[in-house]
Ligand binder design. Structure first.
Ligand code: SF4
Length: 259
């Protein structure tokens, strides 16, 4: 159980910025006359039916994102782009939420209906929280917010569009959490914050006991070894991920584990 050290959330979530672009989250209300172009919410990305709009930023933002990632990687199948896109979004959500939980002791309510998403942008310009409402930063609340609130509906939406295995997507979610925890740990040690490093490790270990993450691999300190394959090896020039289940890309294997 993490002992929370609670500091009020500031409306700009300024403590996240030094941690890098994956942790930063733009926040401000969007109102009439706002100069920023309207963006879809993540709720639309998760719950709009496939094909309910054109595969562009405003019609079907999730299909747009997968197509964009697939093309950028020159991946031979859309499901590889779907896997990489999902891991990227999972990394953003874990980074912001874990970062806030550890640095503030509370998290901004990450309701998918409050998060605007630009599937054509990269971090930190891809997400924008329109209203900051504080929630507790304990493991149960963080898991409910990220896993139940985002990654499960994201998994369902992707699987409605592409043949990606749920075990692969859960492995990606776990890799994304482990990656965010490693980055937090590195920042904390580099900046003389052993308290932050300790909180990050304890909270991450608690999150890994969640049933959706518990069988995805082995977490040892900040090192993670996953059990499923993210398919990155099939990208031209792709190789071994840091938390791979293999020691070399399984190019010669007829079938790599995919969850
Ligand atoms: S085999 Fe490992 S490195 Fe290759 S894509 Fe799968 S998880 Fe990534």
């Amino acid at each position: 159980m993490v002992l929370l050290h609670v500091v009020d959330l500031d409306l700009d979530l300024a403590a996240l910025r030094p941690l890098g672009p994956f942790f930063a989250l733009r926040t401000r209300p969007v109102g009439p006359g706002d100069p920023v172009r309207p963006l879809p919410t993540l709720a639309r990305a998760y719950w709009d039916a496939p094909g309910s709009g054109a595969p562009d930023v405003h019609g079907d933002p999730l299909s747009f994102r997968v197509r964009k990632v697939t093309r950028a990687l020159r991946a031979p199948e859309d499901r590889i782009g779907a896997s990489v896109a999902q891991q990227g979004l999972a990394a953003r959500l874990w980074s912001v939420t874990l970062g806030c939980a550890v640095l503030y002791g509370s998290i901004p309510e990450p309701d998918p209906g409050l998060l605007l998403w630009d599937p054509d942008a990269t971090a930190p310009d891809d997400l924008w929280l329109t209203e900051v409402r504080a929630r507790p930063g304990d493991a149960a609340t963080v898991a409910a917010a990220v896993l139940d609130g985002h990654l499960e509906p994201l998994c369902a939406a992707l699987r409605a569009r592409h043949p990606v295995a749920p075990g692969l997507l859960r492995g990606n979610s776990a890799s994304a959490l482990a990656g965010a925890a490693r980055q937090l740990d590195l920042w904390a040690r580099t900046n003389g914050r052993p308290d932050v490093a300790a909180r990050a490790r304890t909270l991450t270990a608690e999150l890994f006991t969640h049933p959706l993450l518990a069988d995805t691999g082995t977490l040892t300190g900040t090192a993670f070894r996953r059990r499923s394959c993210c398919l990155y090896y099939r990208v031209p020039g792709g190789g071994i991920c840091g938390d791979c289940c293999f020691t070399r890309p399984p190019r010669s294997s007829p079938r790599a584990p995919s969850g």
